[in-house]
Design a protein. Structure first.
Length: 430
Protein backbone atom coordinates (compact mmCIF):
# COMPACT_ATOMS: atom_id res chain seq x y z
CA UNK A 1 0.00 0.00 0.00
CA UNK A 2 1.29 3.43 -0.89
CA UNK A 3 1.95 5.72 2.07
CA UNK A 4 -0.61 8.52 2.66
CA UNK A 5 0.64 12.08 2.79
CA UNK A 6 -1.64 14.79 4.21
CA UNK A 7 -1.36 18.11 2.43
CA UNK A 8 -3.48 21.28 2.48
CA UNK A 9 -5.90 21.65 -0.43
CA UNK A 10 -4.02 24.33 -2.40
CA UNK A 11 -0.69 22.52 -1.93
CA UNK A 12 -2.27 19.23 -3.02
CA UNK A 13 -3.59 20.87 -6.21
CA UNK A 14 -0.18 22.40 -6.93
CA UNK A 15 1.52 19.06 -6.39
CA UNK A 16 -0.94 17.22 -8.65
CA UNK A 17 -0.47 19.84 -11.33
CA UNK A 18 3.25 19.10 -11.28
CA UNK A 19 2.56 15.38 -11.29
CA UNK A 20 0.66 15.61 -14.56
CA UNK A 21 3.76 17.04 -16.22
CA UNK A 22 6.09 14.27 -15.02
CA UNK A 23 7.07 11.57 -17.47
CA UNK A 24 4.77 8.64 -16.78
CA UNK A 25 7.68 6.25 -17.25
CA UNK A 26 9.29 7.33 -13.98
CA UNK A 27 8.18 7.32 -10.41
CA UNK A 28 5.28 9.71 -10.82
CA UNK A 29 4.27 9.66 -7.18
CA UNK A 30 7.75 10.54 -5.99
CA UNK A 31 7.84 13.42 -8.43
CA UNK A 32 4.43 14.52 -7.22
CA UNK A 33 5.39 14.37 -3.55
CA UNK A 34 8.69 16.16 -4.16
CA UNK A 35 6.98 18.93 -6.09
CA UNK A 36 4.28 19.17 -3.47
CA UNK A 37 6.82 19.55 -0.69
CA UNK A 38 8.60 22.23 -2.68
CA UNK A 39 5.29 23.99 -3.23
CA UNK A 40 4.54 23.81 0.47
CA UNK A 41 7.88 25.46 1.27
CA UNK A 42 8.07 28.16 -1.35
CA UNK A 43 5.06 28.50 -3.59
CA UNK A 44 2.77 31.50 -3.46
CA UNK A 45 -0.18 29.10 -3.18
CA UNK A 46 1.12 27.70 0.10
CA UNK A 47 1.67 31.14 1.55
CA UNK A 48 -1.82 32.21 0.56
CA UNK A 49 -3.22 29.11 2.22
CA UNK A 50 -1.35 29.90 5.44
CA UNK A 51 -2.63 33.48 5.39
CA UNK A 52 -6.18 32.32 4.89
CA UNK A 53 -5.85 29.74 7.63
CA UNK A 54 -4.76 32.42 10.09
CA UNK A 55 -7.23 35.06 8.95
CA UNK A 56 -10.01 33.36 7.01
CA UNK A 57 -12.01 36.53 6.33
CA UNK A 58 -9.16 38.81 5.22
CA UNK A 59 -9.71 38.41 1.50
CA UNK A 60 -13.37 37.55 1.28
CA UNK A 61 -15.21 39.80 3.72
CA UNK A 62 -18.27 41.32 2.06
CA UNK A 63 -19.07 44.91 2.98
CA UNK A 64 -22.82 45.53 2.62
CA UNK A 65 -23.22 48.92 0.97
CA UNK A 66 -26.36 48.70 -1.10
CA UNK A 67 -25.86 49.57 -4.75
CA UNK A 68 -22.22 49.20 -5.68
CA UNK A 69 -21.59 46.86 -2.73
CA UNK A 70 -17.96 45.91 -2.28
CA UNK A 71 -16.05 42.72 -1.72
CA UNK A 72 -13.05 43.87 0.26
CA UNK A 73 -10.77 45.53 -2.22
CA UNK A 74 -13.12 45.05 -5.19
CA UNK A 75 -15.73 47.76 -5.80
CA UNK A 76 -17.84 49.06 -8.64
CA UNK A 77 -16.75 52.62 -9.37
CA UNK A 78 -19.50 55.23 -9.21
CA UNK A 79 -17.97 57.98 -11.30
CA UNK A 80 -14.38 57.04 -12.08
CA UNK A 81 -13.17 53.86 -13.79
CA UNK A 82 -10.97 52.73 -10.91
CA UNK A 83 -10.55 49.00 -10.42
CA UNK A 84 -9.95 48.73 -6.72
CA UNK A 85 -8.11 45.49 -6.39
CA UNK A 86 -6.43 44.11 -9.52
CA UNK A 87 -4.97 40.70 -10.07
CA UNK A 88 -1.83 41.52 -8.07
CA UNK A 89 -3.91 41.61 -4.89
CA UNK A 90 -4.09 37.83 -4.87
CA UNK A 91 -0.45 37.87 -3.77
CA UNK A 92 0.37 37.52 -0.06
CA UNK A 93 0.01 40.81 1.80
CA UNK A 94 1.84 42.33 4.74
CA UNK A 95 -0.01 43.69 7.79
CA UNK A 96 0.39 47.18 6.33
CA UNK A 97 -1.21 46.12 3.03
CA UNK A 98 -4.02 44.41 4.91
CA UNK A 99 -4.65 47.73 6.64
CA UNK A 100 -4.59 49.42 3.25
CA UNK A 101 -7.19 46.99 1.85
CA UNK A 102 -9.49 47.70 4.80
CA UNK A 103 -9.20 51.45 4.23
CA UNK A 104 -9.72 50.99 0.49
CA UNK A 105 -12.92 49.05 1.14
CA UNK A 106 -14.19 52.09 3.06
CA UNK A 107 -13.01 54.55 0.39
CA UNK A 108 -14.83 52.61 -2.35
CA UNK A 109 -14.56 54.62 -5.57
CA UNK A 110 -12.15 57.22 -4.17
CA UNK A 111 -8.43 57.35 -4.84
CA UNK A 112 -6.85 56.49 -1.48
CA UNK A 113 -3.97 58.66 -0.20
CA UNK A 114 -2.44 56.31 2.38
CA UNK A 115 -0.02 57.98 4.80
CA UNK A 116 3.33 56.21 5.21
CA UNK A 117 5.82 58.35 7.09
CA UNK A 118 6.46 61.56 5.18
CA UNK A 119 4.55 60.45 2.07
CA UNK A 120 1.04 59.70 0.94
CA UNK A 121 1.19 56.50 -1.08
CA UNK A 122 -1.26 55.08 -3.63
CA UNK A 123 -1.31 51.41 -4.61
CA UNK A 124 -2.53 49.21 -7.46
CA UNK A 125 -4.72 50.93 -10.07
CA UNK A 126 -4.96 54.05 -7.92
CA UNK A 127 -1.20 54.39 -8.31
CA UNK A 128 -1.33 53.86 -12.07
CA UNK A 129 -4.04 56.47 -12.51
CA UNK A 130 -2.37 59.02 -10.22
CA UNK A 131 0.98 58.56 -11.94
CA UNK A 132 -0.66 59.26 -15.29
CA UNK A 133 -2.63 62.32 -14.14
CA UNK A 134 0.00 63.88 -11.89
CA UNK A 135 3.15 62.99 -13.81
CA UNK A 136 4.73 61.25 -10.81
CA UNK A 137 6.88 58.12 -10.89
CA UNK A 138 5.18 54.74 -10.82
CA UNK A 139 7.25 52.29 -8.85
CA UNK A 140 6.50 49.05 -6.99
CA UNK A 141 6.57 47.49 -3.57
CA UNK A 142 8.38 44.13 -3.66
CA UNK A 143 9.42 42.44 -6.89
CA UNK A 144 8.49 39.52 -9.08
CA UNK A 145 5.15 37.85 -8.57
CA UNK A 146 4.53 39.86 -5.38
CA UNK A 147 4.96 43.21 -7.18
CA UNK A 148 2.51 45.91 -5.97
CA UNK A 149 2.36 49.09 -8.11
CA UNK A 150 2.73 52.22 -6.01
CA UNK A 151 3.20 55.98 -6.38
CA UNK A 152 3.59 58.64 -3.73
CA UNK A 153 3.70 62.37 -3.03
CA UNK A 154 5.26 64.24 -0.09
CA UNK A 155 2.69 64.92 2.61
CA UNK A 156 3.59 68.63 2.80
CA UNK A 157 2.82 69.03 -0.94
CA UNK A 158 -0.28 66.83 -1.01
CA UNK A 159 -2.78 69.70 -1.26
CA UNK A 160 -1.69 70.66 -4.75
CA UNK A 161 -1.79 67.08 -6.01
CA UNK A 162 -5.19 66.46 -4.44
CA UNK A 163 -6.57 69.64 -6.02
CA UNK A 164 -5.42 68.46 -9.46
CA UNK A 165 -7.09 65.07 -9.05
CA UNK A 166 -10.30 66.69 -7.82
CA UNK A 167 -10.27 69.15 -10.73
CA UNK A 168 -10.13 66.13 -13.03
CA UNK A 169 -13.37 64.84 -11.48
CA UNK A 170 -12.01 62.27 -9.02
CA UNK A 171 -12.82 61.71 -5.37
CA UNK A 172 -9.84 61.46 -3.00
CA UNK A 173 -9.81 59.77 0.42
CA UNK A 174 -7.19 60.91 2.94
CA UNK A 175 -6.05 58.10 5.23
CA UNK A 176 -3.82 59.53 7.98
CA UNK A 177 -1.76 58.10 10.80
CA UNK A 178 -3.69 58.55 14.03
CA UNK A 179 -0.77 57.96 16.40
CA UNK A 180 2.95 58.63 16.54
CA UNK A 181 4.96 55.67 15.17
CA UNK A 182 6.75 53.82 17.93
CA UNK A 183 10.11 52.03 17.88
CA UNK A 184 10.55 49.05 15.63
CA UNK A 185 8.09 47.99 12.97
CA UNK A 186 4.91 48.20 15.00
CA UNK A 187 1.86 48.95 12.82
CA UNK A 188 0.33 52.36 13.55
CA UNK A 189 -3.40 53.04 13.54
CA UNK A 190 -4.70 54.77 10.42
CA UNK A 191 -8.13 56.15 9.59
CA UNK A 192 -9.79 57.94 6.71
CA UNK A 193 -10.12 61.48 8.04
CA UNK A 194 -11.62 63.22 5.01
CA UNK A 195 -12.98 62.70 1.52
CA UNK A 196 -12.25 65.45 -0.98
CA UNK A 197 -14.63 65.74 -3.94
CA UNK A 198 -15.17 68.41 -6.62
CA UNK A 199 -18.23 69.76 -4.81
CA UNK A 200 -16.91 69.67 -1.24
CA UNK A 201 -13.48 71.23 -1.70
CA UNK A 202 -12.80 73.60 1.21
CA UNK A 203 -9.06 74.16 0.84
CA UNK A 204 -8.61 77.93 0.47
CA UNK A 205 -5.51 77.49 -1.67
CA UNK A 206 -7.51 75.55 -4.26
CA UNK A 207 -10.59 77.79 -4.32
CA UNK A 208 -11.40 80.88 -6.33
CA UNK A 209 -12.68 83.11 -3.54
CA UNK A 210 -15.11 85.15 -5.65
CA UNK A 211 -16.69 82.22 -7.45
CA UNK A 212 -19.03 79.86 -5.54
CA UNK A 213 -18.29 76.17 -5.79
CA UNK A 214 -21.66 74.46 -5.68
CA UNK A 215 -22.58 70.92 -4.75
CA UNK A 216 -26.03 70.14 -6.17
CA UNK A 217 -28.48 67.43 -5.13
CA UNK A 218 -31.42 66.51 -7.36
CA UNK A 219 -34.30 64.59 -5.77
CA UNK A 220 -36.62 62.92 -8.28
CA UNK A 221 -40.14 61.47 -8.01
CA UNK A 222 -41.87 60.40 -11.22
CA UNK A 223 -42.01 63.53 -13.42
CA UNK A 224 -41.07 65.99 -10.66
CA UNK A 225 -37.68 67.08 -9.39
CA UNK A 226 -36.21 69.42 -6.79
CA UNK A 227 -32.72 70.92 -6.62
CA UNK A 228 -30.70 71.88 -3.54
CA UNK A 229 -27.40 73.77 -3.70
CA UNK A 230 -24.69 73.74 -1.03
CA UNK A 231 -21.52 75.83 -0.90
CA UNK A 232 -19.22 73.73 1.28
CA UNK A 233 -16.75 76.47 2.26
CA UNK A 234 -19.36 79.01 3.39
CA UNK A 235 -22.13 76.65 4.54
CA UNK A 236 -24.75 78.30 2.34
CA UNK A 237 -27.61 75.86 1.67
CA UNK A 238 -30.34 76.77 -0.81
CA UNK A 239 -33.42 74.79 -1.85
CA UNK A 240 -35.42 75.42 -5.01
CA UNK A 241 -39.14 74.68 -5.38
CA UNK A 242 -40.30 71.46 -6.99
CA UNK A 243 -40.68 71.58 -10.76
CA UNK A 244 -40.35 69.35 -13.77
CA UNK A 245 -37.18 67.43 -14.57
CA UNK A 246 -36.46 69.88 -17.40
CA UNK A 247 -36.75 72.83 -15.02
CA UNK A 248 -34.25 71.14 -12.73
CA UNK A 249 -31.86 70.67 -15.66
CA UNK A 250 -32.29 74.34 -16.63
CA UNK A 251 -31.39 75.41 -13.09
CA UNK A 252 -28.28 73.21 -13.13
CA UNK A 253 -27.28 74.75 -16.45
CA UNK A 254 -27.56 78.23 -14.92
CA UNK A 255 -25.72 77.47 -11.68
CA UNK A 256 -23.01 75.20 -13.18
CA UNK A 257 -22.25 73.13 -10.04
CA UNK A 258 -18.95 71.26 -9.85
CA UNK A 259 -20.57 68.04 -8.51
CA UNK A 260 -24.12 66.69 -8.64
CA UNK A 261 -25.84 64.00 -6.59
CA UNK A 262 -28.88 62.59 -8.39
CA UNK A 263 -31.54 60.30 -6.98
CA UNK A 264 -32.34 58.59 -10.28
CA UNK A 265 -29.55 57.00 -12.30
CA UNK A 266 -31.56 57.42 -15.51
CA UNK A 267 -31.02 61.18 -15.26
CA UNK A 268 -27.25 60.97 -14.77
CA UNK A 269 -26.23 61.59 -18.36
CA UNK A 270 -28.74 64.41 -18.88
CA UNK A 271 -27.54 66.03 -15.65
CA UNK A 272 -23.92 65.73 -16.74
CA UNK A 273 -24.62 67.42 -20.08
CA UNK A 274 -26.77 70.21 -18.63
CA UNK A 275 -24.63 71.07 -15.61
CA UNK A 276 -21.16 70.56 -17.01
CA UNK A 277 -20.25 69.04 -13.63
CA UNK A 278 -16.96 67.18 -13.47
CA UNK A 279 -18.54 64.51 -11.28
CA UNK A 280 -22.09 63.12 -11.18
CA UNK A 281 -23.01 60.44 -8.66
CA UNK A 282 -26.25 58.48 -8.68
CA UNK A 283 -27.17 57.40 -5.16
CA UNK A 284 -30.16 56.38 -3.08
CA UNK A 285 -31.61 59.39 -1.28
CA UNK A 286 -33.22 59.25 2.15
CA UNK A 287 -37.01 59.11 2.28
CA UNK A 288 -38.93 62.24 3.24
CA UNK A 289 -39.25 61.29 6.89
CA UNK A 290 -35.58 60.44 7.33
CA UNK A 291 -34.54 63.59 5.46
CA UNK A 292 -36.77 65.79 7.61
CA UNK A 293 -35.40 64.30 10.82
CA UNK A 294 -31.82 64.84 9.65
CA UNK A 295 -32.43 68.53 8.88
CA UNK A 296 -34.38 69.23 12.09
CA UNK A 297 -31.72 67.54 14.20
CA UNK A 298 -28.91 69.44 12.48
CA UNK A 299 -30.63 72.84 12.60
CA UNK A 300 -31.94 72.32 16.12
CA UNK A 301 -35.59 73.04 15.31
CA UNK A 302 -38.88 71.26 15.89
CA UNK A 303 -40.25 72.13 12.45
CA UNK A 304 -38.89 73.26 9.11
CA UNK A 305 -41.83 75.58 8.41
CA UNK A 306 -39.84 78.58 9.59
CA UNK A 307 -37.43 78.05 6.69
CA UNK A 308 -40.27 77.66 4.21
CA UNK A 309 -39.39 74.00 3.66
CA UNK A 310 -42.64 72.10 3.27
CA UNK A 311 -42.33 70.02 0.12
CA UNK A 312 -40.98 66.51 0.60
CA UNK A 313 -38.75 66.58 -2.51
CA UNK A 314 -37.14 69.86 -1.45
CA UNK A 315 -36.45 68.41 1.99
CA UNK A 316 -34.93 65.26 0.48
CA UNK A 317 -32.61 67.24 -1.81
CA UNK A 318 -31.45 69.60 0.96
CA UNK A 319 -30.89 66.74 3.41
CA UNK A 320 -28.86 64.73 0.89
CA UNK A 321 -26.57 67.66 0.15
CA UNK A 322 -25.99 68.24 3.88
CA UNK A 323 -25.46 64.53 4.61
CA UNK A 324 -22.94 64.26 1.77
CA UNK A 325 -20.95 67.17 3.18
CA UNK A 326 -20.94 65.54 6.63
CA UNK A 327 -19.92 62.22 5.10
CA UNK A 328 -17.00 63.63 3.13
CA UNK A 329 -15.72 66.04 5.78
CA UNK A 330 -16.15 63.53 8.62
CA UNK A 331 -17.67 66.35 10.67
CA UNK A 332 -21.05 67.72 11.76
CA UNK A 333 -20.84 70.64 9.26
CA UNK A 334 -21.93 73.05 11.98
CA UNK A 335 -21.26 76.05 9.73
CA UNK A 336 -24.46 75.14 7.85
CA UNK A 337 -26.95 77.01 10.03
CA UNK A 338 -29.97 77.63 7.81
CA UNK A 339 -31.75 76.65 4.61
CA UNK A 340 -32.82 79.40 2.23
CA UNK A 341 -35.76 78.54 -0.01
CA UNK A 342 -35.40 80.25 -3.38
CA UNK A 343 -38.37 81.82 -5.17
CA UNK A 344 -37.52 81.74 -8.90
CA UNK A 345 -40.69 83.67 -9.77
CA UNK A 346 -39.15 86.75 -8.14
CA UNK A 347 -36.14 86.72 -10.45
CA UNK A 348 -35.46 86.97 -14.16
CA UNK A 349 -34.05 83.76 -15.56
CA UNK A 350 -31.12 84.38 -17.91
CA UNK A 351 -30.40 81.62 -20.39
CA UNK A 352 -26.82 80.29 -20.00
CA UNK A 353 -26.19 80.77 -23.73
CA UNK A 354 -27.32 84.40 -23.50
CA UNK A 355 -25.06 84.97 -20.48
CA UNK A 356 -22.12 83.55 -22.40
CA UNK A 357 -22.84 85.53 -25.58
CA UNK A 358 -23.22 88.75 -23.58
CA UNK A 359 -20.01 87.94 -21.66
CA UNK A 360 -21.67 88.65 -18.34
CA UNK A 361 -19.35 86.48 -16.24
CA UNK A 362 -16.76 84.83 -18.50
CA UNK A 363 -15.21 85.83 -21.79
CA UNK A 364 -14.55 83.54 -24.78
CA UNK A 365 -11.33 82.41 -23.11
CA UNK A 366 -13.21 81.45 -19.92
CA UNK A 367 -11.63 84.24 -17.90
CA UNK A 368 -13.35 86.97 -15.93
CA UNK A 369 -11.45 89.93 -17.38
CA UNK A 370 -13.39 92.18 -19.74
CA UNK A 371 -16.81 90.92 -18.64
CA UNK A 372 -19.68 92.97 -17.24
CA UNK A 373 -19.07 91.47 -13.79
CA UNK A 374 -15.42 92.57 -13.79
CA UNK A 375 -16.53 96.15 -14.53
CA UNK A 376 -19.26 96.50 -11.89
CA UNK A 377 -17.65 94.43 -9.12
CA UNK A 378 -15.95 96.88 -6.75
CA UNK A 379 -16.53 94.79 -3.63
CA UNK A 380 -13.83 94.42 -0.99
CA UNK A 381 -14.61 90.88 0.19
CA UNK A 382 -15.04 87.54 -1.51
CA UNK A 383 -18.54 87.18 -0.05
CA UNK A 384 -19.51 90.54 -1.51
CA UNK A 385 -18.15 89.52 -4.89
CA UNK A 386 -20.22 86.35 -4.88
CA UNK A 387 -23.34 88.32 -3.92
CA UNK A 388 -22.89 90.80 -6.77
CA UNK A 389 -22.44 87.93 -9.21
CA UNK A 390 -25.66 86.32 -7.96
CA UNK A 391 -27.62 89.56 -8.26
CA UNK A 392 -26.33 89.97 -11.79
CA UNK A 393 -27.26 86.40 -12.70
CA UNK A 394 -30.78 86.70 -11.22
CA UNK A 395 -32.13 90.26 -11.63
CA UNK A 396 -35.14 91.16 -9.50
CA UNK A 397 -38.62 91.31 -11.02
CA UNK A 398 -40.57 92.75 -8.09
CA UNK A 399 -40.73 96.53 -8.42
CA UNK A 400 -40.86 97.14 -4.65
CA UNK A 401 -37.67 95.09 -4.09
CA UNK A 402 -35.93 96.88 -6.96
CA UNK A 403 -36.75 100.28 -5.44
CA UNK A 404 -35.65 99.17 -1.97
CA UNK A 405 -32.26 98.09 -3.35
CA UNK A 406 -31.89 101.39 -5.25
CA UNK A 407 -32.75 103.38 -2.11
CA UNK A 408 -30.01 101.56 -0.19
CA UNK A 409 -27.48 102.35 -2.92
CA UNK A 410 -28.55 106.00 -2.97
CA UNK A 411 -28.22 106.32 0.80
CA UNK A 412 -24.68 104.99 0.85
CA UNK A 413 -23.66 107.00 -2.20
CA UNK A 414 -24.55 110.22 -0.33
CA UNK A 415 -22.79 109.25 2.92
CA UNK A 416 -19.11 109.39 1.98
CA UNK A 417 -17.78 109.31 5.55
CA UNK A 418 -19.95 106.35 6.60
CA UNK A 419 -19.12 104.54 3.39
CA UNK A 420 -15.39 104.91 4.03
CA UNK A 421 -15.74 103.66 7.63
CA UNK A 422 -17.64 100.58 6.42
CA UNK A 423 -15.06 99.97 3.69
CA UNK A 424 -12.21 100.18 6.18
CA UNK A 425 -13.79 97.53 8.36
CA UNK A 426 -14.56 95.29 5.40
CA UNK A 427 -10.91 95.38 4.32
CA UNK A 428 -10.07 93.46 7.49
CA UNK A 429 -12.44 90.65 6.57
CA UNK A 430 -10.70 87.64 5.02
Amino acid sequence: MRPSISMPGPVRRAACAVRMNVDSGGSSFCACATAGAAAARSSRVARIWMDRTAEPEEHFTVVPAGPGACVRGICDAVAEPVSHLPAEASAPVTPMLRQYHEAKAQARDALLFFRLGDFYELFYDDARLAAQLLGITLTSRAKGEDRVPMAGVPHHAARGYIARLVAAGHKVAICDQMEVPGPGKQLVRREIVRLVTPGTLVDEEALEAREPLWLAAVAVAEESAAVALLEASTGELRALPVGSAQEALDELARVRPREVLVGDERLSEAVRRASGAVRVEARAFRDAQGAEQLLKRHLGVATLDGFGLRDALCIEAAAEALAYLQETQRSAAKHVVRVAVEQPARHLWIDPSAAQNLELFHGPDGRRGGTLLSVVDRTLTAAGGRLVARWLASPLLDLAEIRARQDAVEELSQAAVLREEIAERLRRVL
